[in-house]
Design a binder for this molecule. Structure first.
Ligand SMILES: Cc1cc2nc3c(=O)[nH]c(=O)nc-3n(C[C@H](O)[C@H](O)[C@H](O)COP(=O)(O)OP(=O)(O)OC[C@H]3O[C@@H](n4cnc5c(N)ncnc54)[C@H](O)[C@@H]3O)c2cc1C
Length: 280
């Protein structure tokens, strides 16, 4: 990357907030509109932006919209602290600064012609939703699409209408589970790995993409290997605190990698020894 390109990538572009919709009690989806004349919003599924809430701070958020519709940027944000709370409290007509997109994407080219297994926990479905859109939009280029999704409780499930709609698509299997059901829940209860026994897996012809809490990703990789998936066919998205997003500051260092530029999506093989170390 040239020095000029790096400087450009440090300048947030003001975007207008067009819509804020509630997904769950603490999670909201924001639609942002770039200023007229600004292009360059094309993104790869799995990439993220740095979103700057004026007067509060800047934070990395994955793009959760359809990569085939890049004229609006869509993000799904869980309110966990000051900056995320300020983001989800935005109103239509407000403004947010955007830098990016940054980082590596999911292996949609390597997955062409193969089954795609998407495994998500909680807010981890947000960075994987663009892959699901992409596969469904290019249905004849991929084999079976299997989505395994776990949330804490039924009210924490993201994109409920879309999950139901995806489940009706050709060659697509969508399985959801929750940690705690409650009396109105008639679905599956248990951690996401308990869904594997119901999944119509064809391990030798599959590529798996995983995003969720690290403990969940450790168990999912083991489960996939037990089912016969090759390590080279498993990819994960990692999360660490981030400041510059272009590999300058070192905040997101992960062993020899910087998550902002070498990730967030990594081949499992390249980070397996790090993932095995807790609290790294
Ligand atoms: C590449 C990348 C992509 C990301 N994509 C998304 C996304 O699509 N949607 C989204 O909501 N978040 C996403 N995040 C996480 C998001 O950037 C952080 O949640 C955010 O920086 C927290 O900022 P804050 O000021 O609100 O909270 P802080 O004030 O920094 O933290 C408040 C409290 O919440 C805890 N906390 C912080 N982050 C998390 C977390 N992720 N999960 C649980 N507890 C947390 C902290 O330990 C602290 O106790 C992503 C992070 C990375 C690195």
């Amino acid at each position: 990357m040239s020095a000029v390109a790096k400087l450009d990538s440090m300048l947030p572009q003001p975007h207008e907030v067009r819509q804020v919709t509630r997904e769950t009690p603490d999670t909201f989806t924001l639609t942002l509109q770039p200023p007229k004349g600004v292009d360059g919003n094309a993104f790869l599924p799995g990439q993220f932006s740095m979103l700057w809430v004026f007067g509060v701070g800047e934070l990395p958020i994955s793009i959760s919209g359809d990569p085939a519709v890049p004229d609006r940027l869509i993000y799904t944000v869980r309110s966990v602290g000051q900056a995320t709370h300020a983001l989800v409290s935005q109103k239509a007509g407000g403004g947010v600064g955007v830098r990016g997109p940054f980082g590596t994407g999911w292996p949609i080219d390597a997955a062409r012609g193969r089954d795609v297994i998407v495994v998500a926990g909680g807010i981890g479905l947000a960075p994987l939703r663009p892959v699901i859109y992409h596969v469904l939009r290019n249905r004849n280029q991929y084999g079976r699409l299997i989505v395994l999704y776990g949330a804490r409780s039924p009210r924490d499930l993201l994109y409920r209408k879309e999950l139901a709609n995806w489940a009706r698509q050709q060659d697509t299997q969508v399985l959801t589970t929750v940690d705690y059901g409650g009396i109105a829940w008639h679905g599956h209860v248990g951690v996401v790995t308990t869904l594997f026994k119901y999944a119509r897996l064809q391990p030798a012809r599959s590529v798996a993409m995983i995003c969720g809490p690290e403990i969940m990703m450790r168990f999912v990789t083991r489960e996939l290997e037990t089912h016969g998936l090759k390590r080279a066919d498993i990819y994960l998205s990692m999360e660490r605190n981030m400041k510059c997003a272009v590999g300058f500051c070192g905040h997101c260092q992960y062993g020899p990698h910087f998550i902002c530029k070498d990730g967030p999506v990594f081949p499992y093989e390249s980070i397996r020894p790090l993932l095995e170390k807790y609290e790294l």
